[in-house]
Design a protein around this ligand. Structure first.
Ligand code: ADP
Ligand code: ADP
Length: 550
C-alpha cells in the first residue's frame, strides 16, 4: 500500500476530560469538516489547523514552513469576540453544541490576503464571497478530538482513511485510482472511470465530496443515491469502492486539485483522475490549469495524475470519446450541468439514455420536480391597510384555481398563534418576521407555495428572509399605497388610535417604513383594482414557471 503523504496517518483522537468547563467556540460546518479530516488523517501530515508560519507560506508558495508541498490553507478562523487566549484551552463544539474536542491555543494571528490561493478577488467566486464573513483572526495549536460529529446519513459509506486503506488492501491490487466528484455521475464519467480502471488494471476509489461543495449543487443525499445505483449496476463489484469524503471544498481549481490528490493518497490512492475544470466554480481558471499544476508536482505528491480531456457522445458510433479524438465531421452531443437542471429536470423532460443511465435519470427526476411543482414565496410588504391581505387572498385563490396548494401567512393571523405574545418593538417585529420567514422557507424547501402578508417594515429583516427562503424563489411585492390613503381607509381603526397615542410604534406614524430598493414587483392600489394587481403577480409567477396556466 502507498504510504500516507508525509509518511504516517495522523490521528488526533484523545481524552478531553473537563472540556465542559472550558470556554468554547462553535465550529462552522466548514471547520467541522476540516476537523474531521485533520483528526482522521485525511490531511496528513497536518496535525492541526495551520499555524501562522505555515499559513503564510501555504498562501504564498503552497508550502508548509518546513517546505512540504501543501496548497490550501486549512485554518480555523474565529469571530472577533471568541473566548480564546494564548496558552489556554478552548473547547470546540458543533452546531448542536456537542463537544468535539479541545485546542490548546498556541497562536492567535490575523488572516492575510488569500488571493494567491484562489487567483481572484472576484466575489462571484463562492469562497471569496464566503470568506468576507469570516472572523479576522485564526487560532492554532495542538488538538485533542473526541468526536468529529459525522453525519448519520449513509454511515456505512463514511469511512476514515484507515478504514478505506484496510478495504483496499484486502482487495490486493497494486493500483488504486481515485475519482473526486461533487455532481451526479453520467455516462461520460462512467466511461472515463472505466477507462482508468482498465488502463491501470486498478480499483476505482469513487470518492465524492459530501462536505460542502458549490452552493446550488445537487444535494449530497441525492448524489449518493446516484453513486450507489451506478456502482451497484454498472461496475464490477471487485473493481470499485464507493466511499464518502467529508471534504469542505474551496473550489480553488488548480490548487484544489493538488490538495485532492494529497488527500486521496492518504486514503490509499496511487492515481488520481483530473478532467476538465476540476473544482472550478466558473470562469476563473483555464479548463486544464488543474492538470498542468498537478503534473508539475506529481512526483512530490507521489500520486500519478490520470488526465482526461472532455468526453463527448459520438452519435453514429453510440459511444463516448475524448473530443480531440473524434473524427472531424462526426456528430457529437453533450449536456451541461446547467442544461440538465434548466432544460430537462426543470421542464419535466426525461434525460436521454445516451446521456445518463435510466436509474440515475429516475433518481434525479424524483428529487428535482419540474418548476411548476417547486416551491416559491410571494412576500407582500407595505403599510398597514396598503392592501397586502386583500391582494394576497386573491393571489391565493388564483393559484388554487391553477392547481397549486398554497399557505397564506397573514401577519395579523400569525400573531394569534405562531407569534402570540409578541408586541411591536423593533425586536418583537423582527422576531415575528423571522418566524414567518422560517416557516415560509420550510414550505418552499418542501416544494410548497406560500404567500406572506405582513407589514415587514425593515429592509434588513426582509433581506434576511429572502436569504432564508433562497433569493431565486422569493418574490417581494411592494404594495406602494401612500400613507394618507391607508390612513383614510383605516379599516381596523388603528391609525386613529396611533394618532391619539393609544398605540405606540405604529408604522408610518411613529415608526419608520423602509421601502424595498429592488422588489420584484411594485403595485399601487389607488387606481388599480386588487384583481388587476393579483393578475400581474400571477402572471409573473407564470413567467417564472411556478404556475402552469391551463
Ligand atoms: P432535542 O429537541 O434536541 O431533541 P430536547 O429539547 O428534548 O432535545 O432537549 C434539549 C437538550 O436537553 C438535549 O441535549 C437533551 O438531551 C437535554 N435534556 C432534555 N431533557 C433532559 C433531562 N430530563 N435530563 C437531561 N437532559 C435533558
Ligand atoms: P394590509 O393587509 O396591507 O394591512 P388590507 O388588505 O387588510 O391591508 O386592507 C386594505 C383595505 O384597502 C381593504 O379594506 C381594501 O378593501 C381596501 N382597498 C381599496 N382599494 C384597494 C386596492 N386597489 N387594493 C387593495 N386593497 C384596497
Amino acid at each position: 500500500m502507498i504510504a500516507p503523504y508525509g509518511g504516517s496517518l495522523i490521528s488526533l483522537f484523545d481524552d478531553v476530560a473537563g472540556a465542559d468547563r472550558l470556554p468554547s467556540i462553535q465550529l462552522s460546518e466548514r471547520s467541522r469538516c476540516d476537523l474531521e479530516l485533520l483528526a482522521t488523517g485525511g490531511f496528513s501530515p497536518l496535525d492541526r489547523f495551520l499555524a501562522r508560519a505555515d499559513y503564510e507560506r501555504v498562501v504564498a508558495e503552497m508550502r508548509l514552513a518546513n517546505g512540504t508541498l501543501f496548497p490550501i490553507p486549512v485554518t480555523l478562523p474565529v469571530s472577533d469576540d471568541a473566548p480564546v487566549a494564548q496558552g489556554r484551552d478552548v473547547a470546540l463544539r458543533n452546531a448542536q453544541n456537542e463537544i468535539l474536542g479541545v485546542m490548546t491555543v498556541e497562536e492567535i494571528f490575523e488572516r492575510i490576503d488569500e488571493t494567491p490561493v484562489f487567483g481572484t478577488r472576484d466575489t462571484r467566486h463562492p469562497l471569496v464571497a464566503e470568506m468576507r464573513g469570516w472572523g479576522r483572526r485564526c487560532v492554532s495549536g495542538p488538538l485533542r478530538v473526541v468526536s468529529v460529529g459525522t453525519p448519520w446519513d449513509f454511515r456505512e459509506l463514511r469511512r476514515t482513511p484507515a478504514e478505506v486503506r484496510a478495504l483496499l488492501a484486502a482487495r490486493g491490487r497494486e493500483n488504486v485510482v481515485a475519482f473526486q466528484t461533487r455532481n451526479p455521475m453520467h455516462r461520460a464519467h462512467e466511461e472515463l472511470t472505466k477507462r482508468a480502471i482498465e488502463a491501470l488494471d486498478a480499483i476505482l476509489l469513487l470518492h465524492p465530496a459530501v462536505g460542502m461543495t458549490k452552493p446550488g449543487d445537487v444535494d449530497h443525499a441525492t448524489r449518493v443515491r446516484t453513486y450507489k445505483a451506478l456502482t451497484e449496476t454498472y461496475y464490477a463489484p471487485e473493481r470499485v469502492l464507493l466511499s464518502l469524503l467529508p471534504l469542505a471544498m474551496r473550489m480553488a481549481g488548480p490548487r484544489e486539485a493538488l490538495w485532492h490528490a494529497i488527500i486521496r493518497r492518504n486514503f490509499g490512492a496511487t492515481h488520481f483522475i483530473v478532467g476538465r475544470d476540476h473544482a472550478s466554480p466558473g470562469p476563473f481558471y483555464g479548463p486544464y490549469d488543474a492538470q498542468e499544476l498537478l503534473v508539475q508536482h506529481e512526483d512530490e505528491v507521489g500520486v500519478e495524475m490520470v488526465p482526461f480531456r472532455e468526453l463527448v457522445y459520438v452519435v453514429e458510433e453510440d459511444r463516448y470519446e475524448e473530443a480531440s479524438a473524434v473524427p472531424p465531421h462526426a456528430a457529437t452531443r453533450s449536456i451541461s450541468g446547467t442544461q440538465v437542471r434548466d432544460d430537462y429536470l426543470g421542464k419535466g423532460e426525461p434525460l436521454p439514455a445516451w446521456f445518463t443511465r435510466p436509474e440515475i435519470a429516475a433518481i434525479l427526476t424524483e428529487s428535482h420536480p419540474p418548476k411548476h411543482r417547486q416551491g416559491f414565496c410571494v412576500w407582500f410588504t407595505g403599510l398597514s391597510g396598503a392592501g397586502k391581505s386583500t391582494t394576497g387572498e386573491i393571489v391565493v385563490s388564483r393559484l388554487l384555481e391553477h392547481g397549486r396548494q398554497v399557505t397564506l401567512l397573514d401577519g395579523d393571523v400569525v400573531r394569534t398563534h405562531l407569534s402570540k405574545g409578541l408586541g411591536f418593538s423593533k425586536e418583537d417585529r423582527d422576531a415575528n418576521i423571522l418566524r414567518i420567514g422560517f416557516v415560509a422557507a420550510e414550505i418552499v424547501r418542501h416544494g410548497g407555495a406560500v404567500v406572506c402578508a405582513a407589514v415587514s417594515p425593515y429592509r434588513a429583516t426582509r433581506d434576511r428572509v429572502r436569504e432564508m427562503v433562497g433569493a431565486d424563489r422569493f418574490v417581494e411585492v411592494f404594495v406602494d399605497t401612500p400613507l394618507d390613503v391607508c390612513e383614510a381607509r383605516d379599516k381596523k381603526g388603528m391609525y386613529a388610535q396611533a394618532r391619539r397615542g393609544a398605540i405606540k410604534n405604529f408604522t408610518g406614524i411613529d415608526d419608520p417604513y423602509e421601502p424595498p430598493l429592488s422588489a420584484e414587483l411594485t403595485i399601487e392600489t389607488t387606481a388599480t383594482t386588487p384583481e388587476a394587481n393579483a393578475g400581474r403577480i400571477v402572471e409573473l409567477l407564470r413567467e417564472r414557471g411556478w404556475v402552469l396556466l391551463r
